[in-house]
Design a protein around this ligand. Structure first.
Ligand code: G1P
Length: 297
């Protein structure tokens, strides 16, 4: 019987240099999309998929993340005193059950694979999810939930996948497909950040994974790969040909690369427009901006 996926690892140790100077003093995962930090979107997606234990792999300078998921009795008492129940309610999503959240430090920036490996003692012998909070996915059914449901059918190791423009392959892990079954593909090879001319396809890995514990053993054997880092892609590729195998899952939804400025801005517009309380005013503003721009051309 396939085990249920109840643990998720959130690698949040990166320096976020692409967002300097903002990230000089705040973790990039605390950067705000409308009114919630990136990390909260990731946590909510995990919760919706049945995750009960949240493992953060952090680094120096990330204490704002720990505070965010802690209770804030003074703020809460003040809001209660003022009868601000809607704001109190908005804080509820940031409350974590005691013991449900764990923080592990990655002392050296040695890559995504190494970050996941840092959490190995909390995973033991069960399948687990990995969520990269930079990849924000707007979907009717949250992406990880779609994957957990597919995993219940197939088992194995599963990575979220999406077609990207061929010229962008060097920003992603890329799949070499053995068999294309529509939403699911079986994988015969995976390459981290290949140049477009040598990429096996344009089907890219997006930051959602369901992995078997044997991937953790593979990481221990994985040598430095692309960029001189211990790559999660290489460790997952090590599972190809095993009983469990590796699958790509074409999720339904729109993915935003919030690790880039352009992607973050696009997400801000999309999530702003999706909010009922903002839609009218915001879309009117956007229309005006566009017509001003057109008139100037
Ligand atoms: C990471 C992974 C890569 C994946 C990407 C998705 O790369 O290493 O395989 O395609 O996330 O966002 P990063 O963006 O951290 O360089």
């Amino acid at each position: 019987m396939k085990r249920k996926v109840t643990k998720a690892i959130f690698p949040v140790a990166g320096l976020g240099t692409r967002f300097l100077p903002a990230t000089k003093s705040i973790p990039k995962e605390i950067m705000t999309l409308v009114d919630r930090p990136l990390i909260q979107y990731a946590i909510e997606e995990a919760r919706a998929a049945g995750i009960r234990e949240f493992i953060f792999v952090t680094s120096r300078g990330k204490s704002a993340l720990e505070d965010y998921f802690d209770s804030n009795p003074i703020l809460e008492a003040e809001l209660r005193r003022k009868g601000k129940t809607d704001l109190l309610e908005s804080l509820r999503a940031t409350n974590m059950e005691s013991g449900a959240i764990a923080y592990i430090r990655q002392q050296k920036a040695m890559g995504l694979g190494h970050a996941v490996w840092c959490a190995r003692r909390l995973i033991h012998d069960e399948p687990f999810a990995v969520i990269l909070p930079d990849d924000v996915i707007a979907a009717e059914k949250p992406c990880l939930k779609q994957m957990v449901e597919a995993y219940a059918e197939t088992g194995g190791n599963m990575v979220a996948a999406m077609e990207v423009p061929q010229e962008k392959t060097s920003a992603y892990g890329v799949l070499d497909v053995a068999e294309d079954m529509g939403s699911m593909v079986s994988v015969k090879a995976m390459v981290e950040k290949p140049e477009p001319s040598v990429a096996p396809s344009n089907l890219a890995v997006i930051g959602r994974y369901i992995l078997t514990p044997s991937v953790l053993r593979s990481i221990s054997r994985t040598k430095q790969g692309a960029g001189g880092e211990i790559q999660l892609t290489d460790a997952i590729a090590d599972q190809i040909g095993t009983k469990e195998g590796v699958y790509g899952f074409r999720f339904r939804g729109q993915r935003f690369d919030c690790g880039s400025k352009a992607g973050f801005l696009q997400a801000t517009v999309a999530f702003g427009l999706a909010r009922e309380d903002l839609r009218e005013e915001f879309s009117q503003f956007l229309e005006e901006m566009i017509s001003v721009k057109k008139a100037a051309q």
